[in-house]
Design a protein around this ligand. Structure first.
Ligand SMILES: C[S@@+](CC[C@H](N)C(=O)[O-])C[C@H]1O[C@@H](n2cnc3c(N)ncnc32)[C@H](O)[C@@H]1O
Length: 267
C-alpha cells in the first residue's frame, strides 16, 4: 500500500498552507545573524528529509547551490521534476538522513517541518547529528524546525485537521490528533494520516497512512546535541515570521539553530 510519502503531489497539497518564501526569509535572516562571519559568504545548502524540496528550490532561486536528500524514491523523483520544470538547479540525492556520506561540505544544513520525528531512537538522532556535522565546516549552521513541545505537554498549538484550496480543488487533511496516543515509553505516536483531494466538479482521491512520529523534548535534544559533539546551540525560535522565543506563549514551532564547532576549540 503506498503511503503519504509515496504520493508527493497529495503531500504537497496537504502542506500548501505554508509560506515557503517567508520561511526561507527567516532561514536567511538567522543565517546572517548566527553564522560565523569568518566562514565566508553563504553559498550552499543541504536540505535533509527534503520531500519535494520546497525550501531548497526557493533557496536555489535566490542563488544558493542547493542539494536535497530524502529516503523516498517518489519524493526524490518529484523534487527533480519540480526543479526541472522551473529550471532551478537542485541536486537530489536518495539517502537515509540517519547515516549519509556526500563528497562535499555545505555552508548551511536545514531540516524542515518536524522531519526529525522520523528519527525514532537516540541512536538514530546521534548518528544523524554526526552525519550532518561531517558535511559542515566549522562556523556553519544546522537549522532544524520541530513541533513545539506544547503540542504534547500543554495545549495543542498546531492543528491536526485542516483544509486548503489548492489548484483545481480542495484538500482535506487529518494528520495525527484524535485518538492517536503517544507511547509513554518510546515517545512514538503512530499518527493516522488521511489526505483527501476533491477536484472541482470531478474525482475524489484519498490516501491513508500510519506514520510513526517520535516526540523529542527540548531537553532531550539539548542532551543529544552535547552527547553527539560537533554542535553548540546558537539560538532557538518559536516562529518564522518574527524572532519569537521558543518559550513564548504564542510560540508554535521549536526551531533550533546549531553552530558547527571547531574540533580544535573542543579540546
Ligand atoms: C514531513 S515530510 C517533510 C518534507 C519536507 N521537509 C517539507 O518541509 O515539506 C518528512 C520527509 O522525511 C522523509 N524521511 C523519512 N525518514 C527519512 C530518513 N530516514 N532519511 C531521509 N528522509 C526521510 C520522508 O520521505 C518525507 O519526505
Amino acid at each position: 500500500m503506498p503511503g503519504i510519502y509515496d504520493e508527493p503531489e497529495l503531500y504537497e497539497a496537504a502542506c500548501a498552507y505554508r509560506d515557503i518564501p517567508g520561511e526561507v526569509d527567516a532561514l536567511l535572516r538567522w543565517s546572517g545573524k548566527h553564522r560565523d562571519s569568518e566562514t565566508g559568504p553563504l553559498r550552499s545548502v543541504l536540505e535533509l528529509a527534503a520531500g519535494p524540496a520546497e525550501h531548497s528550490r526557493e533557496l536555489a532561486r535566490r542563488g544558493l547551490d542547493a542539494t536535497t536528500l530524502d529516503l523516498s524514491a517518489a519524493m526524490c523523483a518529484r523534487a527533480r521534476e519540480l526543479a526541472a520544470a522551473d529550471a532551478t538547479p537542485v541536486t537530489v540525492v536518495q539517502a537515509d538522513m540517519r547515516d549519509f556520506s556526500l563528497p562535499r561540505q555545505f555552508d548551511l544544513a536545514i531540516t524542515m517541518l518536524n522531519s526529525l520525528c522520523h528519527l525514532l531512537t537516540l541512536d538514530d538522532l546521534l548518528q544523524h547529528l554526526a552525519s550532518v556535522a561531517r558535511h559542515l565546516a566549522p562556523g556553519s549552521l544546522y537549522i532544524t524546525e520541530l513541533a513545539h513541545p506544547a503540542d504534547f505537554f500543554a495545549e495543542r498549538r498546531t492543528s491536526s485537521e485542516w483544509s486548503s484550496e489548492v489548484d483545481g480543488g480542495t484538500v482535506s487533511v487529518r494528520w495525527g490528533g484524535g485518538s492517536d496516543e503517544i507511547d509513554p515509553v518510546t515517545q512514538v505516536t503512530r499518527e493516522h494520516v488521511s489526505v483527501t483531494y476533491r477536484q472541482r466538479g470531478g474525482a475524489v482521491r484519498t490516501v491513508t497512512d500510519v506514520v510513526p512520529n517520535r516526540f523529542w523534548t527540548a531537553t532531550e535534544l539539548t542532551a543529544a546535541i552535547r552527547l553527539a559533539g560537533g554542535f553548540a546551540v546558537a539560538a532557538s525560535y518559536g516562529d518564522f515570521d518574527a524572532d519569537t522565543p521558543v518559550e513564548a506563549a504564542d510560540a508554535w514551532r521549536m526551531i533550533l539553530v546549531l553552530r558547527r564547532e571547531d574540533e580544535a576549540d573542543r579540546t
